[in-house]
Ligand binder design. Structure first.
Ligand code: FES
Ligand SMILES: [Fe+2]
Length: 340
């Protein structure tokens, strides 16, 4: 399976990277993530060049990582700086250091050509750093290819049938969407005026009556889906008081059959309300676990029937366009590799 290599992927939340090395698979390659004593977050290929034990079993020493087997020590660039009991260091004693940048609370890793790793290409997620927004966040791992998770997040018509307990309402599936795209993004918009708020919205926004509600779902490659969603009271109060949220979905393929879904739910209300942060975190984890139950099993059917093609409904137009963008970028990547 080919992945789009020359993009920034979330290796994790920045807070997950500590002095205790963390073993993670990204684009089906093993990575050792750790933080030096000076505070720098580092990603090394998780395979010691000596006897190939994962470096994530090692320990951080100052600005270096010592392998947990025979003690070779590597600096943040992956260069071996010490071989215990031996004065000379063989030139082959080095590991690949992946570019890693901490921004917007995430640690972003670049699995492709290091020379192309431009931090300006990291997706903009200002809501996670802004003083006038608060957020809940988490991570869920699916037993599916990342394409099925993208489908799920781009076509929210399923929320009517899957998520009635939290974010789903009867109107979502019934309301037609407006889908637009260009070479590097797909936008799916749904506006629901004079409608019932979802259970989550009723609690979060203290709505007592009907609302005007919107969803703007934006896909950008390789695998981010940012949802601008919110509601205001319907009728004479419209626009006076409402809630604005961003559901941030940063997707990282772990393997061809498993996927990290790093999510954050940012809000512009009840900023200091820790119980609201907790309530949203639990509601969203419940919601995504409702998806997981379906998608993990969906992948089993897809694997068992390689000859069967899925059916595309009108609501799938955004999904189809997103897949087309990924397929085109994969073709371009293949062509570049063929000419290299
Ligand atoms: S395997 Fe790492 S030092 Fe031997
Ligand atoms: Fe869902």
């Amino acid at each position: 399976m080919n992945f789009l290599a020359n993009f920034w992927y979330a290796a994790g939340w920045a807070s997950e990277i500590t002095k205790k090395p963390l073993a993670r698979r990204v684009l089906d390659r093993p990575v050792a993530l750790f933080r030096t004593e000076g505070g720098k977050a580092v990603a090394l290929d998780d395979c010691c060049p000596h006897r190939m034990v994962p470096l994530s079993h090692g320990t951080v020493e100052g600005e270096s990582l010592r392998c947990g087997y025979h003690g070779l020590r590597f600096d943040c660039a992956g260069k071996c700086v010490e071989v215990p009991g031996q004065a000379s260091i063989p030139p082959r004693a080095k590991v690949h250091a992946y570019p890693l940048v901490e921004r917007w609370k995430f640690a972003w890793i670049w699995m492709g050509e290091p020379a192309a790793a431009d931090p300006d290409l990291i997706p903009e997620l200002p809501w996670l750093d802004a003083a006038d927004w608060a957020y809940s966040h988490g991570c869920i791992i699916y037993a599916c290819n990342y394409a099925l998770l993208l489908d799920n997040l781009i076509d929210l018509s399923h929320t009517t049938f899957v998520h009635q307990r939290t974010i789903g309402t009867d109107d979502v599936a019934k309301t037609p969407v407006r889908t637009t795209s260009d070479a590097g993004r797909v936008l799916v918009e749904r506006v629901m005026d004079d409608t019932e708020p979802s259970n989550l919205y009723r609690k979060a926004g203290d709505f007592t009556g009907r609302v005007n509600r919107w969803q703007r779902i934006e896909f950008t490659p390789p695998a981010s889906v940012i949802i601008d969603a919110g509601a205001v009271p319907a009728g004479p109060d419209a626009g006076k008081r409402g809630i604005n949220t961003r559901v941030i979905n940063i997707i990282t393929p772990e393997t061809p059959q498993s996927t990290f879904h790093f999510w954050a739910f940012a809000r512009n209300f009840k900023l200091d309300d820790a119980s609201m942060t907790q309530y949203i975190a639990e509601a969203i984890m419940l919601t995504f676990n409702e998806d997981k139950r379906l998608i993990d099993d969906q992948q089993r059917n897809v694997d068992a029937r390689p000859e069967q093609r899925m059916l595309d409904n009108t609501a799938d137009y955004g999904v189809v366009l997103a897949r087309r963008i990924v397929e085109r970028l994969l073709r371009e990547q293949e062509e570049t590799r063929a000419h290299a």
